[in-house]
Design a protein around this ligand. Structure first.
Ligand SMILES: [Fe+2]
Ligand SMILES: [Fe+2]
Length: 271
């Protein structure tokens, strides 16, 4: 048996905490890191259904991407729950995590940033466009060149199929022919106001985004950049997350990142 801390050590060999964004919430966020782990579930969010699914599988460690508690209500625009404990979602999650003696570890910007196997590169890989070439890169996104011009509508068809999600929306000119695009994963289309401009300045002619702020999309349209909107939580259906039975092999740097041969309980894609 291994403790949560043993498992974290392995994960951090792959995606060191220092490789994430300074100040980002990373590492253990609930429970006892020294408890013996019966199994690990990898989830996007540790919301109630995911926690319950983990418990049903006999797992007592969750590696999640997003945080587990909603922030307190501080907005002057309305009266709402006064404390974090009054927020129903927080209470439900805490009760389930406590009841099932879960330990929760958050792997966020350090996993986004991971070259190749990280969220940003895996999102591009999911599109399965043959002959893509990376022509520019920042830590959390890249500009990809398609071997031939294609319309935004055709690019969307790769997104639909690649992410197995057919409710993607196009904003802007769907007939525009493009050669270069950026995939701004997860919440970047919602909380990183000038990332579209940065992508454009690096050569992107179209954007694929996760969560959407209409203001950000309008700003992209003002730059002549069409936008394909997906969802924060959509996943690469072909990607195997590094979850599985914690006791299957000893912690160490030689453990495979794509453990196809090990048992997996994929609840949601880490995104
Ligand atoms: Fe996030
Ligand atoms: Fe995210």
């Amino acid at each position: 048996m291994y403790t949560g801390r043993d498992i974290a050590k392995v994960l951090e060999l792959i995606a060191p905490l220092e490789s994430g964004v300074p100040g980002d919430e990373l590492g253990f966020i609930f429970g006892d890191p020294d408890q013996q782990v019966t199994g690990v579930g990898c989830t996007w969010c540790a919301h109630a259904r995911s926690i319950q699914l983990c418990a049903d599988q006999g797992l007592n460690m969750i590696i999640c991407h997003e945080g587990i508690r909603m922030p307190e209500q501080r907005s002057p625009w309305y009266d709402g729950p006064k404390t974090a404990e009054e927020i129903v979602s927080n209470r439900v999650q805490s009760e389930l995590l406590t009841k099932h003696k879960m330990v929760v570890y958050r792997s966020h910007s350090n996993w986004d940033a991971l070259p190749g196997n990280g969220v940003a590169d895996q999102a591009v890989a999911a599109l399965q466009i043959e002959g893509l070439k990376t022509v520019a890169r920042q830590k959390f996104f890249s500009v990809q060149e398609i071997p031939r011009p294609m319309t935004v509508r055709e690019l969307k068809s790769y997104v639909d199929r690649g992410l197995d999600y057919t409710s993607c929306r196009i904003f802007g000119d769907s007939t525009k022919l493009v050669r270069r695009f950026s995939f701004l994963i997860g919440g970047f289309g919602e909380n990183q106001f000038h990332m579209p401009q940065a992508a454009r300045d690096m050569g992107a002619e179209a954007l694929i985004i996760g969560e959407m702020s209409e203001f950000i999309v309008i700003a992209a349209l003002e730059m002549g950049i069409p936008v394909i909107e997906t969802l924060h939580s959509v996943r690469n259906p072909r990607y195997q997350t590094p979850s599985g039975t914690a006791g299957a092999s000893p912690p160490g740097p030689s453990r495979p990142l794509h453990p196809q041969r090990r048992r997996h309980v994929r609840l949601e894609q880490v995104n």
